[in-house]
Design a binder for this molecule. Structure first.
Ligand code: CA
Length: 131
């Protein structure tokens, strides 16, 4: 969301009020547009809107023996949300991707990589409130 071409720095409550949803649909874990991203993830990742899906969360890929997830944190919401990439070989036992396997590009994109030696292999973005 922008005003006069500048990104608005809003907290989660303001972000949801701007979306114009009713109280039940404004919950952090609600998904009123049904795109699979809960409202707080919509807040933490740029290019998302809690009303108008589909979601844009990142792009997964595989190359040179690495499974990668490329994503972009929302600069204007960094004060309110922390987003980390986690990996697992199953539906439980998630661990943060080690810092040595994270590359932050000058354009703001983040690429997390995990060797494909463990199969199956899953990556996810974990979003938490920081304030
Ligand atoms: Ca959603």
């Amino acid at each position: 969301m922008t005003k006069l071409g500048m990104p608005l720095i809003t907290d989660f409550t303001e972000f949801m009020n701007i979306a114009g949803l009713d109280a039940r649909q404004k919950a952090a874990d609600a998904d009123p547009d049904g795109d699979g991203l809960k409202n707080f993830a919509e807040f933490a990742l740029p290019g998302n809107d809690p009303v108008a899906g589909p979601a844009v969360a990142g792009a997964a890929g595989q190359s040179s023996g690495q499974f990668t997830l490329n994503w972009r944190p929302s600069f204007c919401h960094n004060a309110y949300a922390a987003t980390v990439c986690q990996w697992s070989s199953g539906p439980t036992g998630w661990a943060d991707v080690p810092a040595a396997q994270i590359v932050e590009s000058a354009d703001g994109n983040v690429t997390d990589s995990v060797p494909t030696t463990s199969q199956p292999l899953f990556l996810r973005l974990k979003v938490t409130v920081t304030s």
